[in-house]
Design a protein around this ligand. Sequence first.
Ligand code: PEP
Length: 263
Amino acid sequence: LVSREHHAERSTVHVGGVPIGPGTMTLIAGPCAVETPEQTLEAALMAQSAGATLLRGGAFKPRTSPYAFQGLGEEGLRILADVRAETGMPIVTEVVDARDVELVARYADMLQIGTRNTQNFALLQAVGEAGKPVMIKRGMSGTIEEWLMSAEYVAQRGNLDVVLCERGIRTFEKATRNTLDISAVPVAQRLSHLPVIVDPSHSGGHRDLVLPLTRAAIAIGADGVIIDVHPHPETALCDGPQALVREDLAELTELMRALPPVV
Ligand code: PEP
């Protein structure tokens, strides 16, 4: 269902009216985790000022350590909904457990499947039935074929509004958090009709890599990027070192303004 053999033309997925697909370079940005109403609104306004049309923010956080901040849960979703009402930005947020899909779908405009859940097949099937667009991160140790099969699980349940997100894979290299497999973008676009975006924040893992990797995503023809921003990353409860700060926004804005208009 997700292959170009089934559907030759590349698809566009609309998230609360915002297109992601051929000819777009949709900027999704916001905090890694929703922490407070003030932090989320500030991050959203920073993102919007740089050209973001969709707001990201995790209310359910899949953390490596069970002692790390796990997200605010439904309270976080309520905060996101309030910020959407204030800014007009549709929400992209992660769901980590099949039992929470209905709850998260009540608030979200797009459901995010994180790298750790890319092969959680029960979760994929549940989001396939939730009636909302879905973004699937590539598994950190997953092949492109496995990633496409994850999308197939969602599509098989009747939901073809799926966006693929390359977020870096595990390699021997330690200088970056993950190795951004930029070649996965054209490969996935050749094999599948689904839009393909890049996460330069979770791949690089360092603030100073985010804009160079964004340039790479634009150059290779990605359909969008998803970027962490935070008003005060030194106090962030999750992934502060990779969040863009106010000083980075001028360059991000310039990158977004230089893009050709969406037709
Ligand atoms: C995220 O985008 O918040 C996230 C946890 O990303 P990943 O699943 O790619 O690690």
